[in-house]
Each structure stands twice: as C-alpha cells, then as structure tokens.
Ligand binder design. Structure first.
Ligand code: NAP
Length: 231
C-alpha cells in the first residue's frame, strides 16, 4: 500500500488531495497547524492526522520522529500548507517588511524543514515524489501583475528555486520533485469568487504526479493542468 503524506491537510486543496489518495486505496498521513474542521470525507481507517506547525523546528522534528517510528517509507510527500496574510495586500508604503518573515518561514522554509526531516523516509521508497504546491505568484515572467503581496510572491519564488535545487540533488536517489501552481481555487485562501474547485485541481494534480513521476530531467514547475508555467 502506498504511503502519502500531506501537509496542510485540513485546507481546501490538502483535504481534496487526501480524499483522492484515500479513494485510490492509499494510506494517508495528514498534518496541519491545528485540527480545524477536518473534512468528513477523510473519515477513513487509512487516514491519520497529526498537529504540526511547519514554521517550528521542534514541532516538525517531533512529528517526523513519530512518523519514522510508524512507517518505513513515504511514496509521495505533498506540501500544501501556506499563508497569505491580510497585510500582504498593502502597498509598499504601508507594508511592514519584518512581518514578511513569518510568510517566508511558513511558505518557503516550512516545506524545506519538513522535507529535510522526512527525507530518509522518501529515500526509502522505490520511486519517491516530493510536491511543493507553489503559485503563479512566484513566477517572475507570468505572475498576475501584482503591485502588492511582496511577501507571498517572494516566498513562492523561493519555493520554486528550492524545488530546482532539490530535484538536482535527489535525482541520484530516483526522487522526483515538482512545484505545482494549483490554479485560483475556491478555498479559504482563494476566496469564493475563484473559478476552480479545489477538488478539480486535486484530481488534475494527482494525474500530473503520476504522469511525471519518473522524468527526473523534465521541467520542475508546472500548472495543475500540466501546462508549462514559465519561471
Ligand atoms: N487558493 C488558491 O487560489 C491558491 C492559488 C495558488 C496557490 N495556492 C497555494 O495552494 C496551497 C493550498 O492552499 P489552499 O487554497 O488550500 O489554502 P487553505 O485552505 O488556507 O489551506 C492551507 C492550510 O495550511 C495550513 N497552515 C498554515 N500555516 C501552517 C503551518 N505553519 N503549519 C502547518 N499548516 C499550516 C492552514 O491552516 P489554517 O487554516 O489554520 O491557517 C490551512 O489548513 C497553499 O500553499 C497556497 O499558497 C493557493
């Protein structure tokens, strides 16, 4: 049975991805900063949940140690956790630069921290995959022309280069690394006016992971619908 780890599992996209993999018969280990409203669709004996703050070294290492005692390998590690704070919407004159540290610590360093602590388990898979859920906001050529959101855009650009470095480093271990823009989705972060249901994005992301699992030399950044997203 495949072991899937999803971080940010109570969120809009995370819960839909978890459901997709449970429907396929996988074992899903979900983490989030709090239990929140865990979707009833995840009530399944193959689902387990842990509270983990990806912005905290101690929380991540504690959870990673527990997981290492429980399972021998991770087939797919998906990073969905992220934040887009209200003050992200301010123009530069009103933007508190030091408040961006939390966004960086969560969106960019959070996935790296978790990947580092769980790498041993991903390496133990026959063909591990690490998926960083990124954003068009981190693309320098094709982002949404924001004149705000310095923190969020910069954190996702940092996540993109992290994904490239990781792919180069982990190719020798036959681990595929992907950075995926999930589309503008109807979630707590995306708002209800967004055009895409997270369940539709999740289905396409799952397909994309399967399709690109072994092409270690192919592109790293892509859209949920398998279109090229320029850097
Ligand atoms: N929605 C969109 O349109 C959109 C577009 C492009 C990219 N994305 C990216 O897609 C991913 C999923 O977003 P979503 O729309 O599903 O957002 P969401 O519903 O807000 O889910 C994000 C989840 O991450 C959790 N989280 C926040 N900080 C955390 C931490 N320090 N440790 C652990 N978990 C933490 C959140 O918990 P709380 O709710 O308690 O904060 C929430 O459950 C994010 O990386 C986002 O940047 C989203």
């Amino acid at each position: 049975m495949k072991n899937i780890v999803i971080v940010g599992v109570t969120g809009g996209l995370g819960s839909c991805l978890a459901k997709e993999y449970l429907d396929e018969g996988c074992q899903v280990f979900g983490f989030d900063i709090d239990e929140g409203d865990i979707c009833s669709c995840l009530q399944n004996e193959r689902f387990s949940f842990g509270v983990m703050d990806i912005a905290s070294d101690s929380s991540v290492s504690e959870n990673a140690e527990k997981l290492c005692r429980k399972i021998s390998h991770i087939d797919i590690l998906i990073h969905c956790a992220g934040i887009l704070p209200q003050n992200s919407e301010r123009q530069l004159e009103d933007f508190e630069v030091s408040e961006a540290l939390e966004v960086f610590n969560t969106n960019a360093l959070g996935p790296l921290r978790v990947t580092k602590m769980l790498l041993r388990l991903v390496k133990a898979s026959d063909a591990g995959v690490i998926v960083n859920i990124s954003s068009e906001a981190g693309s320098m050529q094709a982002h949404a022309d924001y004149i705000i959101r310095y923190d969020y855009c910069m954190s996702k650009a940092a996540l993109n280069i992290q994904s490239i470095i990781l792919q180069r480093y982990l190719e020798k271990d036959k681990i595929r690394v992907l950075a995926v823009h999930p589309g503008w989705m109807q979630t707590k972060m995306g708002g209800q006016e967004a055009p895409l249901k997270p369940s539709d994005s999740a289905k396409q992301i799952k397909r994309l992971i399967t399709r690109h699992q072994y092409d270690y030399h192919n592109r790293v950044l892509m859209d949920y619908n398998d279109k090229i997203r320029p850097w």
